[in-house]
Every structure is written in structure tokens, then in C-alpha cells.
Design a protein around this ligand. Structure first.
Ligand code: T46
Length: 133
């Protein structure tokens, strides 16, 4: 499974830390959409889908959460707990987000606009799609 974790440069001085993420420099795609989630109860799992064409980078800018990644063969779990780290969740990877800390803010940089048709929302649909690729 080709999942990449990014460590973004931290511009640190006595005022604190600033992190910048530039498209096609720090991450490999142009960002067309940014969204974020917070106030996720600790027992909630989100996601449960893969995308047909969308590539994304997840950054837990505050708190922590865990991400399950599944390419249909192999499963991996990654914890995000650093605001200067990003996790690539490319197309064709089933993903679930869980174990959110009460203060967690999960920011997502996405390569395209929101499109419900891009979602593979059942695991069977996901397996059929990737096996037909
Ligand atoms: C993903 C993971 C990491 C919009 O109207 N516009 C948007 O850009 C998004 C992302 C969502 N929505 C609406 C659609 C639903 O009514 O917000 C509601 C919650 O979305 P969803 O249930 O898809 O949220 P998650 O957390 O299951 O998944 C989200 C993204 O949708 C998905 O692309 O990869 O985060």
C-alpha cells in the first residue's frame, strides 16, 4: 500500500509556530477543496468509504485521531497527533477515522470539489471497483 506520511516544515520563532502547505511543492496535487471536522464524539467512526478519483491529505491540526487504511488486501492504522504532519489518503483506499480526542480538529486537503458520485460507500462496491481496475 503506497501511503505517505508528510512532515511539513515548522516555521518556529518566539511567536509560536507557522506551518505552510503548498500545492505541488509540499503535496503532490492542486488543492481544490479544504474541509475539516471537529467535535467528534470519542466513540464515533467516520468515513467508511473510498474514492474513485479523489486524492486527499489528512492533517490533525489539533488533538489526535486514528485512521484505518485498507487497499482491499492490506490494512494499516496510522495515528495523527502532530499538527505539522499529514497523511496521504489516495483514491481507491477504503478509510475510516476514529479514536478522536475531544479537542481533535481533522483538516482535509482534497484534489477536487465535493462529488457524491466519487464515493464508494459500501465495502462490496469498493472491492468490485478496485478488482475491475
Ligand atoms: C473523506 C473523509 C476523510 C459536503 O457538503 N461537502 C464536503 O466537501 C464534504 C466532505 C461533506 N459534505 C457533506 C456531506 C454530508 O452530508 O457533509 C456531510 C458529512 O460528510 P461525510 O458523511 O461524507 O463525512 P465523512 O467524515 O464520513 O467523510 C469525509 C469526506 O466526505 C470524505 O471524502 O474522505 O471525510
Amino acid at each position: 500500500m503506497t501511503i505517505q506520511k508528510y512532515t511539513f516544515p515548522q516555521h518556529m520563532d518566539d511567536r509560536g509556530v507557522l506551518v505552510a502547505v503548498e500545492q505541488r511543492k509540499d503535496i503532490p496535487f492542486e488543492v481544490k477543496r479544504v474541509y475539516y471536522m471537529y467535535a467528534t464524539p470519542p466513540d464515533v467512526r467516520r468515513g467508511f468509504h473510498a474514492h474513485k478519483t479523489l486524492d486527499q491529505i489528512l492533517i490533525c491540526v489539533k488533538g489526535s485521531c486514528s485512521i484505518l487504511l485498507d487497499d482491499g488486501t492490506e490494512k494499516k492504522t496510522v495515528t495523527l497527533d502532530q499538527p505539522h504532519e499529514g497523511l496521504s489518503v489516495p483514491r481507491h483506499i477504503w478509510h475510516e477515522m476514529y479514536n478522536f480526542s475531544p479537542d481533535a480538529v481533522l483538516l482535509v486537503l482534497a484534489s477536487d470539489l465535493y462529488c457524491e458520485d466519487d464515493y464508494l460507500r459500501s465495502y462490496d462496491q469498493f472491492l468490485t471497483f478496485i478488482n475491475g481496475e
